[in-house]
Ligand binder design. Structure first.
Ligand SMILES: [Zn+2]
Ligand SMILES: [Zn+2]
Length: 334
């Protein structure tokens, strides 16, 4: 089979990714073999490829938004309920230890021994890959393979961020930054009856926000037209924490969705935190988050914008992502 490998992590211009032919992997105990039907291209893949994330597995195959067809089962993998021919998804969280304090209190996203698809183990920039059956996902109906792929990372993370923002039913939500994750989270909030205000730079993103049903779309550093019950900061810009906290009503929560945020300037207790406003981070996700989000996507058709690339153009897709050459999500289709 063909698979991309990160030989020596470095800038894309140094050609860190190589497409090679090798054997189809054999599913280990408890694992499924997936024939890859589509694999999303995520910014994290760029971090793995360029070495911003330290290498965990030499020559790793990136890709953690994988839509596949079960092509084989390892020993004792049948218990999870997947059979050959079923469709299944593989996401970033590949496995946890299942026994630490965090795993035991339903916070497996915080497990210090978790391993990740496309970083610790080979991912979906390939024709086949393996996934632990207990961490594979059933996929919602009504989407193409390419449309499903971004749901498996951008969608799940956006959903987790929405939960962390503790938006009350019918509440007013502010969304700062409006990329792939944000535009899916906004649709979930809107379908749940929220009023959504989008604050972002970029005329095109604001237009998309209004098309999807946002009540307003304004500049990232501006104030929304009404106080917010909850807000999510998707833009990795620490400066925006201040206006976002100021925009919260009493008791409101701001969730920072990103894995990275530039420094947050000094807060003023009275303006930014008093009246029981809260500032929270969001770290990875649990399987439960993924299941809830995918079930939601099965009931509510979400609009997903995808740009398909053939598998052999993975390096070009990453380059286009890096240079912001498209809106929506790039997806590799073998
Ligand atoms: Zn654990
Ligand atoms: Zn991702």
């Amino acid at each position: 089979m063909r698979a991309w490998h990160v030989d020596t992590p470095g800038p894309l211009t140094s050609d860190p990714l190589r497409l090679r032919t090798g054997p189809v992997p054999r599913p280990g105990p408890g694992e499924l073999l997936l024939r890859v039907l589509a694999c999303g291209v995520c910014r994290t893949d760029l971090h793995v490829t360029e070495g911003d994330l330290p290498p965990h597995r030499p020559g790793v195959t990136p890709g953690h938004e994988v839509v596949g067809e079960v092509a084989g089962l390892g020993e004792a993998a049948a218990g999870a309920g997947f059979a050959v021919g079923d469709r299944a998804g593989a996401a970033w969280l590949r496995r946890t230890d299942g026994e630490c304090t965090f795993c035991r209190r339903d916070a497996e996203n915080l497990c210090p021994n978790s391993v990740y698809t496309g970083w610790d183990a080979d991912g979906g920039y390939a024709e086949y890959m393996t996934v632990p059956a207990a961490y594979a996902h059933r996929l919602p109906r009504g989407y193409t393979d390419a449309e499903l792929a971004p749901l498996l990372c951008a969608g799940i993370i956006g959903y987790r961020a929405l939960k962390r923002a503790a938006l009350p039913p019918g509440g007013r939500l502010g969304i700062y930054g409006f990329g792939g994750s944000a535009h899916l989270a906004a649709q979930v909030a809107l379908a749940s009856g929220a009023t959504v205000h989008v604050l972002t730079r970029g005329e095109q993103a604001r237009r998309l926000a209004l098309e999807l049903g946002a009540a307003s779309a304004g500049d990232a550093a501006g104030m929304p037209p009404e106080p917010l019950d909850a807000a999510i900061l998707f833009a990795p810009v620490g400066d925006l924490v201040l206006p976002a906290l100021s925009a919260l009503d009493r008791g409101g929560t701001l969730a920072v969705a990103g894995i990275y945020l530039s420094d947050i300037p000094a807060l003023n207790y009275e303006r930014h935190l008093f009246q029981e406003r809260q500032l929270r981070s969001v770290t990875s996700n649990t399987r439960q988050d993924a299941r809830e989000f995918l079930a939601f996507a099965d009931e509510h058709k979400l609009a997903v914008t995808v740009h398909p690339y053939p598998l052999q153009a993975a390096d070009a897709a990453l380059g286009d992502l890096k240079n912001g050459r498209f809106d929506g999500a790039a997806v590799l289709v073998p």
